[in-house]
Ligand binder design. Structure first.
Ligand code: ZN
Length: 266
């Protein structure tokens, strides 16, 4: 097991550091102001655009405020690489930390990914997302930047655990206790708006519901099968692909706003 000075300091912080919950909230607000001031991209709390560099700024802010720059020191001490990016590929997770450990030694490569799709789906001015509160890791969030920071805090905890123990698990008590002590996280799950919730609240779409849409000038009717960023609609087609219900369909990927919901009994 690795045993440098920075490693020992980080381990002590992870195992016994403590911040009062209201201080954690003030700390997050200060981080938000700092990141906003530094970023040429974000511009406002409910930002419309986010760069990889902004996720790196958030991670650096969390490292400084919550770990006394211990992540940075530990990374430097062991010659590892820590990268951060904004990812549009994750549609339900809030973020992800990926660790590359070369099989024959060499530097670890740790990457923190912030999922932007659920963030952009939440806190929209132009579309209702229902009345419910948005909670990320048990932290009530009023805007995208606060939610992004709460996600990055969680991912930073993964980075800290990987550096301290070589492994990390947010479903296990040590992670959850540390995240509660250091960031005031009461839960390890985010409740950003999911694809299904947005599809349902904003567009009245549910799985199995019948819809009409136009594709290349031609009208189609079908059944909503799946919703991620767009809906997968199955349109009955004798020349289509066989499905589990024994019928044959052609699959269309349709933007949610282009679907018109049909009554179920017609
Ligand atoms: Zn996690």
């Amino acid at each position: 097991m690795f045993n440098g000075k920075a490693h020992t300091a980080l381990r002590t912080l992870v195992e016994s550091g403590q911040v009062a919950p209201d201080e954690a909230q003030r700390q997050r607000a200060r981080m938000a102001e700092r990141v906003l001031a530094e970023s040429p991209t974000l511009k406002r709390h409910n930002f419309d655009e986010i760069a990889n560099r902004d996720v790196a700024r958030m991670l650096a802010a969390v490292d400084e405020a919550c770990f006394a720059k211990g992540l940075h020191a530990c990374i430097a001490e062991r010659g590892a690489v820590l990268a951060a990016c904004a990812s549009s590929r994750m549609t339900s997770a809030g973020g992800k930390t990926v660790v590359g450990k070369p099989r024959h030694g060499g530097a670890w490569h740790i990457e923190v990914r912030l999922a932007v799709t659920p963030l952009f789906r939440s806190f929209r001015d132009d579309e209702p997302t229902g009345e419910r509160e948005i909670n990320v890791n048990g932290v009530r969030c009023e805007d995208r930047l606060t939610a992004a920071l709460a996600v990055v805090e969680h991912e930073a905890m993964h980075v800290a655990e990987f550096l301290c123990y070589g492994t990390s698990a947010c479903h296990k008590p040590p992670f959850q206790e540390a995240a509660r002590r250091l960031f005031g996280h009461e839960s390890h799950k985010h409740q950003l708006v999911s694809s299904w919730e947005r599809a349902h609240v904003a567009f009245g779409l549910t799985p199995g519901c019948r819809v009409r849409f136009t594709f290349q000038g031609k009208p189609y009717e079908g059944i909503v099968n799946r919703v991620v960023k767009r809906a997968t609609v199955l349109v009955p087609d004798p020349n289509g692909m066989p499905f589990s219900d024994g019928q044959t369909y052609t699959k269309f990927y349709v933007p949610l706003g282009a679907l018109e919901r049909l009554e179920d009994d017609t």
